[in-house]
Design a protein around this ligand. Structure first.
Ligand code: PDD
Length: 283
């Protein structure tokens, strides 16, 4: 496996990051994950915008413009130019003796990236989830690597035999540990509004646009756990899943206990948009 580290492509075993790296010591880093079909990215500009916003919020001076070129180089070097693959990139504030204050301005940030094949599509019969208190900070809109609450909730879900946990704050079912959350009630699609309580998911945005384009009503407002249990459909949206139905939450069936038609329709639109022949040949 060939990875990217600070300007170089190199075998993963040779990629060395300092133990003083602030990503390691403080979680002082952001990351991004975009998906590529035969080298063609899905909604790249939105991923770059989110990376720019994260870097600005953390005051890390790196131009997100490194990502498209690095992604192409990684896809090529790993033989993924004809595949469905994802490219993970992480930028930390760099390595410096441990201090809560920012290191000197000339400290180079650490930029690390790797590519891997996308996971196979999840089981068609839909997934099960548990509920977990949302123990995250109040800037969930930043795609920070500081993911401990997500990690703990995801593991609790796995221990319970579920695919994921739905994070609940103030009685509102906000999102999964690595996916945005939607429900459908009486034909209306709902999802929490962008803001500090959720990650502004690229797939979330694409799903909303796709739903509106096919004439469906979408309301960007948070819904309560009770509303979710009463919904006809509940589904996740993320880069790795597209949209994916949750058929059981905390052991209670959602709707008729089967994957719903809205999630299936949006999944079809998003995935066929992803693999669509753009009508030109890559140079
Ligand atoms: N997770 N919400 C959270 C908390 C996430 O971590 C993610 C993505 C999403 C969906 O965002 P997008 O549609 O842009 O992938 C929502 C990535 C895939 C991860 O952590 O690996």
């Amino acid at each position: 496996m060939i990875v990217y580290l600070n300007g170089d492509l190199l075998p993963r075993e040779q990629a060395k990051i300092s133990p003083d790296d602030r990503g390691f010591l403080f979680g002082d880093a952001i990351y991004e994950v975009a998906r590529f079909w035969r080298g063609r990215p899905f909604h790249l500009e939105e991923h770059l915008d989110r990376m720019r916003e994260g870097l600005a919020a953390l005051r890390i001076r790196v131009d997100a413009g490194f990502y498209p070129d690095v992604a192409q180089r990684l896809l090529a070097a790993n033989g993924f130019l004809e595949s469905d693959a994802i490219v993970y990139a992480q930028v930390s504030r760099g390595a410096a003796p441990r201090s809560h204050y920012f290191p000197p301005a000339e400290t180079p940030p650490t930029v690390y990236a790797f590519a891997r094949l996308s996971d196979p599509p999840p089981a068609p019969q839909g997934g099960r989830a548990i509920l977990a208190d949302d123990e995250r900070w109040s800037r969930c809109d930043i795609k920070s690597v500081m993911l401990l609450p997500n990690v703990l909730a995801a593991q609790r879900a796995r221990d319970a035999g579920a695919m994921d946990a739905i994070l609940v704050r103030d009685g509102l079912a906000l999102e999964g540990t690595k996916a945005n959350l939607f429900c459908v009630s009486g034909g209306v699609i709902r999802t929490a509004p962008n803001g500090p309580r959720i990650l502004p998911g690229v797939t979330r945005g694409a799903a909303i646009a796709a739903a509106r384009a096919i004439g469906r009503t979408v309301e960007e407002r948070a819904f309560t756990v009770e509303e979710m249990f009463g919904a006809d459909e509940v589904f996740f949206a993320s880069t790795t899943l597209w949209t994916y139905s949750l058929v059981q939450i905390e052991g209670r069936a959602i709707g008729d206990g089967q994957p719903g038609p809205v999630a299936a329709q949006l999944c079809e639109v998003l995935s066929s948009d992803f693999t669509r022949d753009p009508g030109f040949t890559r140079g």
